[in-house]
Ligand binder design. Structure first.
Ligand SMILES: *[C@@H]1O[C@H](CO)[C@@H](O)[C@H](O)[C@H]1NC(C)=O
Ligand SMILES: *[C@@H]1O[C@H](CO)[C@@H](O)[C@H](O)[C@H]1NC(C)=O
Ligand SMILES: *[C@@H]1O[C@H](CO)[C@@H](O)[C@H](O)[C@H]1NC(C)=O
Ligand SMILES: *[C@@H]1O[C@H](CO)[C@@H](O)[C@H](O)[C@H]1NC(C)=O
Ligand SMILES: *[C@@H]1O[C@H](CO)[C@@H](O)[C@H](O)[C@H]1NC(C)=O
Ligand SMILES: *[C@@H]1O[C@H](CO)[C@@H](O)[C@H](O)[C@H]1NC(C)=O
Ligand SMILES: *[C@@H]1O[C@H](CO)[C@@H](O)[C@H](O)[C@H]1NC(C)=O
Length: 846
């Protein structure tokens, strides 16, 4: 009896109910249940032998990580040694580089063909070999082995694994001159303040850096650019370079090399030269000296990332020098040290929409095509996946097929700038794979983007992947537990771009949440549906995301796309919509692709529906391949996309008790928020195009909400009716607001029964308004406009589609004639503001 109760106590202690902050992400090494390990513990190796590890290098990390992981996952405390007659594989996990292994232990069979960073993993009963092409490769092999164990997979394996491309880097957009505001210090960061910088300096406390290095290494990321591409020259001063060295020292054990973004004007801004002309000898000397100094401090420095002549950044064009001359300036300085220069192709000018043929999507090819062959061999041109800017749907950038003589890499964005800013669940690999798996048909031959960026198609040694990953000080790293699957998947796809998106999310879920089938199927199901759903309720048919491009890039504001110089246009008018990118009558963008592809995109008959409005300007009544008109597709996609995410909260609630309380509550809050905000999106976009086109929804959903009570139509005291801008961000275009206290009351004329009461209100920056909803004078729920305490997206100071938010109360018993009152009290800069109340019968979403 005693034993049994002890056992129960023990099980309770390791059950998934203990709080999890997210800090260990997918490297939790949670103890496997006995039912999974049974029979395997006795036949497990009893020691780890690491051969010839360099001090504080990746091999040493591999060994300590294996020890820690096996202790966590299996409860076994293995001996660790770095000596002895270690070649015997009996009872041993051997970890080594290939070179050391072969010189100490003889040839390995089969003969291995390992590329840089690759590994061999063989696990057969009590004998495990983890052999890396280099130390980094051995570390990757160790993480792979631990992933198998953590998933309860004890099957015998023996295989070599090589990365698809040599450059697999994280790009941080951390500002050196961090604002004091938690969210201000990282451009497009939604997970708190920088882990690197504070007030223009490298932080003293860099304790998050090795933890981040460990996460990056575990998915094969081998480099990181630590600062924003809109770079501060002060990073290059002596104080900060000493800090860069400290950061590099902390990443080194994880095989993550450090690089930095450069400000092109540094010689002038920081060095007090009169010029930053890349061909000027004083400038060349300045960069050469600076580079030599950096390598003194950081001998394995990865290289430079450069954003030049883009969005106001200085660059070589100021001196009539070419972008290639600009890139080569750094390439020559860094070449003797073995570093590389990554030069971003994100260069474009402001344009005037009155010119039908102007097109920002053409810019990258226009700026770079003629420079092909002029870049030094240690320059990598980094190309955003699509021609514009990380939109919910874009074709692959044509530049991938226009630089055969130049090494290129692809820039993906893990941070969800235009895709819900980590407050909407959007699992991105299916989107990325539409690009990576796109066949450019260069010279009519198969040429997938993934094979172009690996260097294979055009035969380049360099090539690779950059992921814009804006981790911050938040325990969840990027602001959301579920969004971390994107970071994990970025690494997995950079290693193997043909990996299956669903396999990746399954692996991630097991590692992050354990082996419960319910949990796995729920998270996998939601994740796989999330990008199509987000595309459904945001921008369809290649019209871009339709977020507010002039402000937060968060909520809907389709009008913001047009009538400005940014070139993210839709050209929507009352009859037609879409960018004419044809050669015959439009911007000619289709013609930037190789002929097979160009021919396809030139004509509506051969353009896929999901890119129709990207390439063609058509009437709202244009019939798609699906048989639907453009406008009806908009309505249907918005309703079905929002309907999909309405189910997410209930799916998640079904996991109660199977997920620890801390993560359960946090994720539930976000999924409920997303469900509500998807309706703001649905209604905003549907209303906007309904108004513009004057074409009603065939299914009569748009503008028809029988269960809604407009706040402005309630009996008001202390509230005033206000206009909302854009108008489509309020139901019937108006809301009510108060800085003080107000009440809005209405009599409910519904059959007696149980209802869901949903209230759409606005939560702006600068205060926490409070609310109380009462039925016949009795409170059924209170809340505050304090979502900024839980969500990391960019907030708005206006009543608009960013601040619009919904709260729901379920199972409210209502009798016909009951009196519903909403009381609101403003706080500081935040007005209490309400759009409408929906009294919904069970299962109805209005
Ligand atoms: C041990 O590693 C060093 C490099 O860190 C290498 O020079 C040396 O040859 C290795 N020794 C053996 C026995 O492989
Ligand atoms: C380097 O720049 C930071 C501001 O980013 C400043 O605080 C520091 O004093 C500078 N150090 C030197 C040596 O100029
Ligand atoms: C660059 O060239 C343009 C025209 O060719 C000329 O007007 C301008 O002065 C030049 N600028 C510099 C900095 O040389
Ligand atoms: C765009 O071009 C039109 C027509 O030439 C002109 O009236 C307008 O001022 C231009 N807009 C900008 C922002 O330059
Ligand atoms: C051709 O371009 C003009 C603008 O130059 C545009 O108004 C017209 O709609 C386009 N025609 C077709 C068939 O797309
Ligand atoms: C409908 O669209 C027109 C422009 O086409 C705009 O002026 C008007 O304000 C819109 N109406 C509403 C209610 O949003
Ligand atoms: C609340 O105060 C602000 C700033 O004084 C003002 O702009 C706004 O109109 C007020 N709101 C209401 C509903 O009176």
């Amino acid at each position: 009896m005693v034993i049994q109760s002890l056992l129960i106590f023990f099980l309770a202690a390791i059950a998934p109910v203990s709080a999890e902050s997210g800090i260990d992400a997918w490297l939790r090494y949670a103890r496997l249940p006995g039912s999974v390990t049974r029979g395997h513990l006795n036949s497990f190796p009893n020691r780890i032998v690491v051969l010839n590890a360099s001090k504080n290098g990746p091999l040493a990390s591999a060994s300590s990580e294996l020890h820690k992981g096996i202790q966590g996952i299996l409860g076994l405390d293995l001996d660790v040694s770095s000596s002895g007659k270690s070649c015997s594989a009996q009872n041993t996990i051997v970890v080594s580089t290939l070179e050391t292994y072969q010189s100490s232990c003889g040839k390995l069979s089969p003969k291995l063909n390992l590329k840089e960073d690759g590994y061999w993993l063989s696990a057969k009963g009590k004998s495990v070999q983890i052999i890396g092409q280099n130390e980094r490769g051995a570390l990757y092999g160790a993480f792979q082995y631990l992933s198998l164990l953590a998933q309860g997979d004890f099957s015998e394996v023996a295989y070599a694994s090589n990365p698809s491309a040599p450059v697999r880097w994280a790009n941080q957009w951390d500002n050196l001159n961090a604002a004091t505001a938690a969210h201000g210090s990282i451009e497009r960061g939604y997970g708190g303040a920088s882990i690197f910088f504070n007030n223009g300096l490298i932080k003293d406390d860099l304790s998050r850096v090795p933890l981040y290095g460990r996460l990056l290494a575990s998915v094969g990321i081998n480099g990181i650019i630590i600062n924003n591409v809109n770079a501060d020259a002060n990073l290059l001063n002596e104080t900060n370079l000493a800090g860069v060295k400290r950061i590099a020292d902390l990443f080194r054990p994880w095989g993550v090399k450090v690089g930095i973004s450069l400000n092109f004007a540094s010689p002038q801004v920081l060095g007090a030269l009169t010029t930053f002309d890349p061909l000027d000898s004083t400038v060349i000397k300045w960069w050469t000296d600076k580079t030599n100094r950096i390598y003194q401090l950081v001998p394995d420095f990865a290289g430079y990332l450069v954003k030049a002549n883009s969005e106001g950044q200085p660059g070589p064009l100021t001196y009539n020098r070419t972008l290639a001359e600009g890139a080569n300036l750094f390439a020559k300085a860094i070449e003797p040290h073995g570093g590389i220069v990554v030069f971003r192709a994100f260069v474009y000018d402001q344009l005037n929409e009155t010119n039908w043929r102007a097109d920002r999507a053409n810019a990258a090819v226009q700026f770079f095509k003629d420079l092909d062959g002029q870049f030094d061999s240690n320059v990598l041109v980094q190309i955003k996946f699509g021609p514009i800017d990380f939109q919910v749907r874009e074709p692959a950038s044509p530049l991938f097929a226009n630089l055969p003589k130049t090494a290129v890499s692809i820039e993906l964005q893990v941070t969800q700038e235009y895709l819900g800013q980590q407050c909407h669940l959007v699992y991105l690999p299916p989107l990325w794979q539409t690009i990576l798996g796109f066949d450019m048909r260069y010279n009519h031959r198969q040429s997938y983007v993934r094979d172009i960026v690996s260097g294979e198609v055009f035969n380049h040694k360099l090539g690779g992947y950059a992921g814009v990953i804006n981790v911050g000080m938040d325990d969840t790293w990027i602001g959301s537990h579920l969004a971390m699957s994107n970071m994990f998947a970025f690494g997995r796809l950079a290693w193997n771009p043909q990996a299956d998106s669903q396999d990746i999310i399954e692996e991630w879920t097991r590692l992050t949440f354990g082996l419960s089938r319910d949990v796995i199927s729920a998270i996998v199901d939601m994740s796989m549906k999330s990008w199509p759903a987000y595309e459904g309720y945001s921008g369809n048919l290649g019209i871009q995301t339709l977020t507010d491009i002039l402000y937060t890039h968060y909520g809907a504001n389709p009008a913001s796309q047009d009538n400005n110089g940014w070139g993210q246009w839709t050209r929507a008018d009352s009859k037609t919509i879409g960018m004419d990118r044809t050669v015959s009558n439009g911007t000619g963008n289709a013609g930037q692709y190789p002929k097979d592809v160009a021919d396809k995109f030139e004509h509506t008959q051969t353009t896929p529906d999901d890119l129709m409005l990207w390439f063609h300007h058509v009437p709202y009544t244009f019939k798609l391949h699906s048989g639907k008109t453009v406008i009806q597709h908009f309505y249907d996609a918005h309703y079905s996309g929002a309907a999909t995410v309405q189910k997410f909260p209930a799916t998640w609630k079904s996991l109660k008790g199977q997920v620890d309380a801390e993560r359960y509550v946090d994720v539930l809050y976000r999924l409920q928020y997303q469900a509500g905000h998807s309706l703001v999106w649905r209604d905003g976009i549907s209303e906007f195009y309904r108004n513009l086109s004057s074409i009603p929804d065939k299914l009569n959903r748009v503008r028809n909400h029988p269960h809604r009570i407009e706040a402005e139509e309630m009996e008001l005291s202390g509230f005033t009716t206000v206009n909302v801008s854009p108008t489509e961000c309020a139901s019937k275009y108006k809301a009510i607001a108060t800085n003080g206290t107000g009440t809005a009351t209405t009599k409910l004329n519904v059959p007696s029964g149980k209802y869901t009461v949903a209230i759409n209100y606005y939560d702006v920056m600068g205060g926490s308004a409070s609310y109380d909803v009462l039925l016949n004078g009795k409170s059924i729920g209170t809340w505050k406009g304090d979502s900024e305490n839980y969500l990391g997206h960019d907030f708005s100071t206006f009543l608009d589609c960013h601040s619009a938010i919904r709260i729901t109360f379920e199972d409210v018993k209502i009798s016909r004639g009951d009196k519903l009152t909403i009381k609101g009290t403003g706080d500081a800069q935040e007005q209490a503001a309400i759009d409408y109340v929906a009294v919904l019968p069970q299962g109805v979403v209005d």
